[in-house]
Design a binder for this molecule. Sequence first.
Ligand SMILES: [Ca+2]
Length: 180
Amino acid sequence: MKRLVVPILLTLVTGLLLTWAYAATVRIVFEAESYSAIAASMTKTKSSVASGGYYIEIPLRRPHGQEEGAPGDQGRAYYKIKVPAAGNYRFWALCHWYDGCGNSFFLKVDDKPAVVLGQDGTYQRWHWVKGPLLQLGAGTHSITIQNREDGAKLDQVMLTNDTRYVPVRAMQQTPQYIIR
Ligand SMILES: [Ca+2]
């Protein structure tokens, strides 16, 4: 009987920990078009293949840039989100890049310096781009997606404290975490 107590206790403790870990998982998903403000040349574009029917983009310029240069304008989209629990959140963005000179945005969170989002080599198709790990307190945060290169499109954003999670397709928007 005594030999059974330890395994039973271990099972119970493991179960409780797993339940807690699962319950504490937060995913914050918002459509790129669910911005609270937008400034040109960032544009909302209708699309039958985009989640929610729209994406936002820095439209392609003619001639399209052939090298890394300064952004053509201050185009940006601004979001406010409500983070339910403090933690480290991985930032993911569902993006579509034109080419190697149209494959990034600037990402600015709260009043921290802007960082580059993207610069990967997947062109001409929608894919999830892994962004930075953000240390966020519970409460309201602001997210700005800014022009860095023309030909860059954004469909959705996802933040999760489950840092092992890798998104594969568009997800259900979580309106409870979006402040408009
Ligand atoms: Ca969308």
